[in-house]
Design a protein around this ligand. Structure first.
Ligand SMILES: *Cc1c(COP(=O)(O)O)cnc(C)c1O
Length: 420
């Protein structure tokens, strides 16, 4: 946080000021391997913390319901134009408050309550909003779910096709939260065309990789592409929707007035900044290094006897099944957090354990790559994970590793963090 902002916050609310400073130090001093997290740049955070939070601008550039939009319209147009240019899309809606509302807007644009929709099941690696039962998308629509193959952990496109032909969904979702491999968007597009479904690619996790060309883009073959803006894309918290020209008005109407009120203009501006950053050569290098780091971390874990779902990683994400190590995901993730290595426990496909106490952990290399860590550091991190997994209740060992983690973090300053 900037010094002047810190002083203002300290004067008004020392309690929150202290907690934010603590969190800033935690992010600075830990190895953050949560696959959905990153470090937004100081420039992105400056836009997020700006006076744009004071503005109301329901509508779209040139067609607003409030006055005083001279600068807001330009900001939103910049964000839209940068998004369409970066991803090669016909149209971009940059107003969704986050990834879940972006997906909800897609349902509203194309479906009626009770319609059949199809997505990957949550335990197989899908997202709540792709029709999982506890989500509004599983309650208000008739959701059918595909999974992965038991033997490979990979999506079985023949199974997806058979299910789609039998169930005739209106929407077919591709994408998820725990998919460590390249997604064959063309195969999904062919299936969707075969059954007259709208094909929605949700690239929330991988949009930074797609923008940089290190993961194939769904934009040419999908009707609609949704994404968060804060995962590998490294922007502010937020969501966006890319679509074909023919779907533009349905998508825009669904976001506003269908689902949301005023857009968060500070988020829009911060997204425009992030999209400018993501169009630079340095971001392409960054995204390529994310994948190299994920492969290196996966390899180093395999060498230490860890079993990875699908046997490795092609993107930023690793899903590790700890069953053979005899330590549940929750026990390892808690112990690693004590050591300054932060990740999340995660179900693995066909997990015999409960979602709140599952067999696996999920790792991602987006944030550590933002700190400039490379293959050598990934090896070191795998070594620490291995040591903690062998004795998750050995406090001396954890304390020793925590000190080493802090040293590694000091050698790799985190973008956007200025705390002293
Ligand atoms: C993170 C994620 C979302 C939801 O994003 P929120 O910003 O948390 O609402 C949607 N879909 C996928 C695939 C995700 O990974």
């Amino acid at each position: 946080m900037q010094e002047t902002q810190r002083q203002a916050l300290q004067a008004t609310d020392p309690e929150i000021a202290a907690l934010i400073a603590d969190e800033e130090r935690r992010q600075r001093d830990s190895i953050r391997l949560i696959a959905s997290e990153n470090y937004a740049s100081a420039a992105v955070m400056a836009a997020t913390g700006s006076v744009l939070t004071n503005k109301y601008s329901e509508g779209y550039p040139g067609r607003r319901y409030y006055e005083g939009q001279r600068y807001i319209d330009k900001i939103e147009e910049l964000a839209i134009n940068r998004a369409t240019a970066l991803f090669g899309a016909d149209h971009a809606n940059v107003q969704p408050y986050s990834g879940s509302p972006a997906n909800l807007a897609v349902y509203l644009a194309f479906c009626q309550p009770g319609d059949t929709i199809m997505g990957m099941s949550l335990p197989a690696g899908g997202h709540l909003t792709h029709g999982w039962g506890v989500s509004i998308t599983g309650k208000y629509f008739r959701a059918v779910q595909y999974g992965v193959r038991r033997d490979t952990g990979l999506i079985d496109y023949d199974e997806v096709r058979d299910l789609a032909r039998k169930e005739r969904p209106k929407l077919l979702f591709a994408g998820g939260t725990a998919i460590p491999r390249i997604i064959d968007f063309q195969a999904f597009a062919d299936i969707a065309r075969d059954v007259d479904a709208v094909f929605v690619a949700d690239i929330a996790h991988i949009s930074g990789l797609v923008a940089a060309g290190v993961h194939p883009s769904p934009v040419p073959v999908a009707d609609v592409v949704t994404s968060t803006t804060h995962k590998t894309l490294r922007g502010p918290r937020g969501g966006m929707i890319l679509c074909k020209e023919g779907h533009k008005s349905a998508i825009n109407r669904a976001v506003f007035p269908g689902l949301q009120g005023g857009p968060h203009d500070h988020q829009t501006a911060a997204l425009a900044v992030a999209l400018a950053e993501a169009s630079r050569d340095s971001f392409k290098d960054y995204a390529a290094q994310i994948v190299k780091n994920s492969r290196a971390l996966a390899q180093a874990m395999i060498e230490r006897g860890f079993e990875l779902v699908t046997g490795g990683s092609d993107n930023h994400l690793i899903l590790c099944d700890l069953t053979n190590k005899g330590v549940p995901g929750k026990v390892l993730s808690r112990a690693l957090d004590q050591a300054g290595i932060v990740l999340n426990y995660n179900s693995v496909p066909f997990d015999p354990r409960k979602p709140f106490d599952p067999s696996g952990v999920r790792l991602g290399t987006g944030a550590v790559t933002s700190r400039g860590m490379r293959e050598a550091e990934m090896k070191q991190i795998a070594e620490w994970i291995d040591q903690v997994s062998q004795k998750p209740d050995d406090e001396d060992r954890i304390t020793r590793i925590a000190g080493q983690v802090k040293e590694l973090c000091e050698a790799h300053p985190a973008p956007g963090i200025l705390v002293s």
